[in-house]
Design a protein around this ligand. Structure first.
Ligand SMILES: NC(=O)c1ccc[n+]([C@@H]2O[C@H](COP(=O)([O-])OP(=O)(O)OC[C@H]3O[C@@H](n4cnc5c(N)ncnc54)[C@H](O)[C@@H]3O)[C@@H](O)[C@H]2O)c1
Length: 265
């Protein structure tokens, strides 16, 4: 029996936040390969080189929108600009987030406010406004929220970030139940350790707090993965395509670990 593995998102319109680089840009590339139109959201005023390259490879299928997910007016505008470009939204890849860490007793209010503003408030209201759009347009869409293995457990040095990602797993479950009557699916992905620009920052912070040479933490976490290596952004794409596509038509409210075996839940 032959299995059709291409064009699983043919003519779907996907909105991807925080997709100027890292995992988001890799997933945008994979959605384009599967036939989707992509509205790519990130902070900078102009598209990154990665996004510009995708726009050249897939003419007429990429729209870059500069927006800050912590700003409600920006979210309204991005939904409007995206739907003006490519019509009703079928897929939301809700990915924008920031990382910071400190020992628990030093994890202050400013760090809390900053991380919860992007990772929780931003992610929730992007999801809510895109869901309202999907309901209004009856698109029977799919949302993929980016959680993390950090949301599955606590970490002494990473308390605020872990809490933001646990909140994403919880919102994924609530939104899935709220949207089930509209035939809109809401799932999450919990990556393990993936080599992206974010990890340069993560490694430098661990070096500071665990008194390690630069690069050492990244090496350690890679070796600790059961599959034996740190993931690449493209390692997330299979799950991201699957959950967005009709192949996952009976899957909702789940957060899938994509982590080389780090977490079993
Ligand atoms: N890299 C990892 O090891 C790892 C592990 C688990 C989960 N994750 C999650 O995967 C997702 C992608 O991570 P990544 O490693 O590619 O990170 P990244 O830092 O490379 O990408 C995150 C993107 O979000 C954008 N962004 C930040 N604040 C924003 C805002 N207010 N509005 C709009 N965009 C904003 C950034 O500009 C950046 O392009 C995140 O949700 C992250 O928490 C990453």
């Amino acid at each position: 029996m032959s299995v059709k593995v291409s064009k699983r998102l043919l003519d779907r319109h996907a909105v991807l936040t925080g997709a100027g680089g890292g995992i988001g840009a890799a997933v945008a590339g994979s959605y384009l390969r599967e036939g989707a139109f992509c509205s790519v959201i990130d902070l900078p005023a102009t598209a990154s080189e990665e996004v510009q390259t995708l726009a050249v490879q897939y003419p007429g299928k990429v729209k870059y929108i500069s927006a800050n997910v912590t700003n409600s007016a920006d979210i309204d505008r991005l939904v409007q600009e995206a739907s003006d470009a490519f019509g009703p939204i079928h897929v939301l890849y809700n990915n924008a987030a920031i990382f910071d860490m400190a020992p628990l007793l030093e994890s202050d209010e400013a760090m809390y406010d900053k991380m919860f503003a992007v990772n929780v408030k931003g992610a929730f209201f992007v999801m809510q406004k895109v869901l309202a759009h999907m309901v209004a347009h009856k698109t029977r869409g799919s949302v993929v929220n980016m959680a993390s293995q950090a949301g599955r457990r606590g970490e002494a040095l990473v308390s605020h970030y872990c809490a933001t990602k646990a909140a994403i797993i919880s919102y994924t479950q609530s939104a899935a139940l709220a949207m089930a009557p509209h035939h809109i699916r809401v799932n999450g992905i919990a990556p393990g350790v993936i080599a992206t620009p974010m990890w340069k920052h993560v490694d430098a912070l661990f070096a500071k707090y665990e008194n390690l040479p630069l690069g050492e933490k990244k090496k350690q976490v890679g070796l600790a993965v059961p599959l034996g290596y740190m993931g690449d952004p493209t390692d997330i794409c299979g799950a991201a395509i699957f959950l967005a596509s009709d192949e996952a038509s009976y899957i909702t409210a789940q957060t899938l670990n994509v982590d080389g075996g780090n977490v079993m839940s």
